[in-house]
Design a binder for this molecule. Sequence first.
Ligand code: HEM
Length: 354
Amino acid sequence: MGGAKLESVIQDQVQELLEQVVAPNEGKPLCIDHNLRIAIANVIWGMVSSQKFAVTDTRALEVMRPFDEMSQFIWVFIILTICPALARLPSWLNGLKKVYKIFNAPIDTLIQPAIDSHEETVDLRGEPRDYIDCMLQERSRNPQLFTNRHMIRSILDLFVAGHDTTSVTLGWAFIYLCKDLEVQRKLREEITNIVGKERSPALSDRPRMPYTEAFIMETQRMANIAPTGLEHVTREEIQLGGYTIPRGAQIISLLMAVHMDEKHFPEPEAFRPERFLDDQGRVKPNRALIPFSVGKRSCLGEALARAELFLFLTGLLQRYSLRFVDGFDHDLSCIQTKAIVREPTSYEVVLERS
Ligand code: HEM
C-alpha cells in the first residue's frame, strides 16, 4: 500500500472521529481513549486488508481482545512453562481450550475470511492493494516461504506491535496538552498558520511545522510507552561500556533510561518541546531520542506511527481545544498491570470548538 493511500486511510479515521464522536460530545466530559483505540485498529486493518470500517465499528478492535484479556489466563502459560508435559493433555484439561477459543474468534470471523477473499481477487503480478496482497504475491514467488498460519501470525503481530503503542502515545499527548495550555496554544497557532481551517492537515505540511514535530518528540521522550526494547540475542561477543557481553546473551535495551538521562536531556522530568528546537525555531534532532529503538531490528512501523501521531493530533487541534474536566489534574501515573506499554491511568477531556 502506497504512502498516499495510507495517509488517506488515517485521514478518514480522523474525520470520522471528529464528526461522529467528538462533535456530538462538544463541551462534555469525554473518555476519548476507547474511540481512539477503535480508530487505530481500523487504520491497521485498512493497511492489512483495504477494508474500511467506521469509527464506531469494533470488528478490528476485537483482534486486540485476546491480548487485552491475557492477564485472565496468564496462569495457563505459567503452569505450562513450569511443566511443559501438561501441554500434551487434552486442551479442556490444561486450560488451553479457553485460550484457543478466545484467540481464534477474531481469526475465524475477520482475518481468515479476508485472506480467503484476497486469494480469489489478488493480481499476483500487479500493484499490491494491501499487506495481504503483498504476502500472497510473495508466497506465489516462493511457496515454501510461509504457511497460512504464519500469515495470520504476522497480521496479529502488526496489531500487537502497532495498536496500543500508537493509541497510548496519543493518550499521553492529550494529557500533556491539557496540563500545559501554553504548549497547546503554540501548537494550535502553528496549525492555524500553516494549514488554516479550510482543509485537513496532510503529511506534506509536516516539514513546515517544527513546533508540532518537537511536541511529538517530547511526548515520546516523556511518555516512554515502550520503556524497553524487545529481547535480542548477541550473535558474537562484544565489548560495551567496559563490559564483555558473551555470545548468545539475552539483551534488553532500557530506552527509558536514555530518555530520562540528564546528560542527554537536562531537567528530564520537565515537559519542554523547545528542547528539540534551535534558536531559529527549526527542529533540532537529538540522537538520544530513541522511542522506536535503533538498529536493524528497530520498530518496523515507525513511519506509520509517526504519520498517525501527526494526523490525529493536528486534525483534532485544528478544530478543538482540549482541557481536563473542572477540578481534575492528571498526576502522570500509569496503569501498573500493563507490563509492556506504559499506559496512563484513565481520564476524561472536554473538547471545545475553536
Ligand atoms: C508510537 C508508536 C510505536 C512505538 C513507540 C514503537 C516502538 C517499538 C519498539 C521500541 C520496538 C522494539 C525494537 C527493538 O527491540 O529494538 C518495536 C518493534 C516493532 N514494532 Fe513498533 N512502535 C510503535 C508503533 C508500531 C506500529 C504502528 C507498528 C506496525 C503496525 C509497529 C510494528 C513493530 C514491529 C513489527 C516490531 C518488531 C520489529 C522486529 O523485531 O524486527 N510498531 N516498536
